[in-house]
Design a protein around this ligand. Sequence first.
Ligand code: NAP
Length: 226
Amino acid sequence: MPTVVITGVSRGLGRAMSVEFAKAGCKVIGCSQSVSELADLHNELGESHRFDVVDVASDTAVAEWSREILSQCAAPDFLINNAAVINANGSLWEIPAEQFDRLTAVNINGTANTIRHFVPAMVDNRSGVIVNFSSGWGKSVSAHVAPYCASKWAIEGLTRALAEELPTGMAAVPLNPGVINTKMLQSCFGSGADLYPSAVEWAKHAVPFILQITAADNGRSLTVPM
Ligand SMILES: NC(=O)c1ccc[n+]([C@@H]2O[C@H](COP(=O)([O-])OP(=O)(O)OC[C@H]3O[C@@H](n4cnc5c(N)ncnc54)[C@H](OP(=O)(O)O)[C@@H]3O)[C@@H](O)[C@H]2O)c1
């Protein structure tokens, strides 16, 4: 039973992946900040899975979470950094400092925080795959989402550098999920988001794709095929 640690499971891609990983026989350990959505997911998936309220931007909260998880379970087979936020559409000079700082704290620091606290146990086993959610905007750009683009370019660089540090037998990959109709897409595309597949439909392709990532993929920038 592979253990999957995944951030940002209260809605969107993270929730849909949790359901599919559980169906595939994985033990799912997830987090996000929304108490009632986590309780709903726990009810749906059952007692063998675990969901906690954790703000990934807080190194202290992630450290505490990982201590508790690693004292009760084996090191994760998959660490999936999915949690992220997007800025409200606007030119870079219009984005308030607090919004910019929060976005980088969640999207970049949040990813580094889980790596800091879960990856040492994976390295001890010399096994496991780290999947950091990137975007098409991790390699290209659009107007009005500059902070988000910057964070996803950072994820591409951070992950490829991490890949060079891991021992043989492990992998770290940046993963572009494609374009999927979630709350995040609705924020930047408005009603245009309706043209894209749902997270539930996407996860049926994405989860088998993630489960077949191996050490041979270390450092490769991947895209979920749809
Ligand atoms: N949808 C797309 O088309 C698309 C395209 C390219 C890349 N992506 C990437 O795919 C991933 C998932 O996106 P999505 O579309 O599913 O977004 P979403 O619907 O907005 O969901 C984001 C998830 O992240 C959680 N989250 C946000 N801040 C958090 C924090 N500080 N700590 C813990 N959890 C936090 C949210 O839960 P709470 O609010 O409860 O914390 C939510 O569960 C992101 O990395 C995104 O950049 C999405």
